[in-house]
Write a protein that binds this ligand. Structure first.
Ligand code: KMH
Ligand code: ZN
Length: 279
């Protein structure tokens, strides 16, 4: 059983609308303020999507570079840029995210229906993203939306080698309409399939919407880590909107402590994930 818990915060995402959820951080100042609060209550990784001046999702490279710089200056969090972007983002723009030189980036292991949309991740694109991350020494987090995507990850590692840092970390994104359900049974099935991946592979899990709590508790019980944030959950409890990302991180940290697996510091998280220390 893993001793301590990696808590990733995904504060913004590409889907939630600022007009519908005013507490969503969309400006750089809001994002940095959120990141600092989340670090202070137990987060060690920030999974970043950015927005433009109209709060629409963007992969603008200048903004991404400014975002990486600002988060590095104001926090010790591991900065993980989303290469998934929004379902409308072209592959070239998603690959170009690496030009902003994050410490980590997400790398999704297959195409999945995504509500009424399709989140496209062709095999050739996956290989391209994975190999570019190896070349640029960006540590991937492999995003898994369905059980079979773990087999795709196994195929990728067998054919194209381990990621930079040589540690494999996956994030189970559960409960997306079109992907696997956000249930303890599905998480246990993934945990069993993870045994076919390299020794030492770690996983975190997040449940979209109302699956957030069952997925969090199941992940802690199964030795997994946690991702929370307003990218995935905007309702704290029935009829109660999320007030802030820090509220979600604080709840995750409290559950982790109750499970006697307290939150990792960012430095400890770097050691776990194979991300070079800042010093
Ligand atoms: N916004 C989704 C289409 C990622 O960040 O890598 C993709 C996503 C996954 O959120
Ligand atoms: Zn994301």
């Amino acid at each position: 059983m893993t001793a301590a818990t990696l808590i990733t915060v995904a504060p913004t995402g590409a889907e939630v609308e600022k007009a519908a959820v005013p507490a969503l951080p969309v400006t750089l100042d809001e994002l940095v303020a959120t990141a600092k609060e989340c670090e202070s209550v137990g987060a060690s990784v920030v999974h970043v999507h950015i927005r433009d001046d109209e709060a629409r999702p963007t992969l603008d490279l200048g903004r991404l570079r400014d975002t990486v710089a600002a988060l590095r200056e104001s926090t010790d969090l591991i900065v993980q840029l989303s290469s998934g972007g929004a379902v409308t983002d072209p592959e070239a723009n998603r690959l170009a995210v690496l030009d902003a030189a994050p410490e980590m980036a997400s790398c999704t292991m297959g195409t999945v229906n995504f509500g009424d949309d399709v989140f496209m991740n062709r095999w050739e694109f996956i290989v391209d993203l994975h190999t570019r991350m190896q070349e640029r020494t960006v540590v991937p987090e492999y995003e898994i939306f369905d059980l079979g995507q773990l087999t795709t990850l196994e195929r990728l590692l067998n054919s194209h080698g381990l990621p930079h840092g040589r540690h494999v970390h996956v994030d189970l994104v559960m409960g997306v309409p079109g992907g696997m359900p956000g249930t303890p049974a599905a998480l246990v099935a993934c945990a069993a399939a993870l045994r076919d991946l390299p020794e030492g592979t770690t996983f975190s899990a997040t449940g979209i919407g109302r699956s957030t709590l069952p997925v969090m508790l199941a992940s802690l019980a199964a030795g997994g880590h946690l991702r929370v944030g307003m990218e995935d959950t905007v309702t704290y409890a029935k009829g109660q909107p999320v007030e802030s990302n820090a509220q979600l991180v604080a709840r995750a940290a409290a559950f982790a402590r109750l499970a006697q697996r307290p939150p990792l510091t960012p430095g400890e998280a770097r050691a776990l994930l194979g991300v070079p220390s800042r010093a």
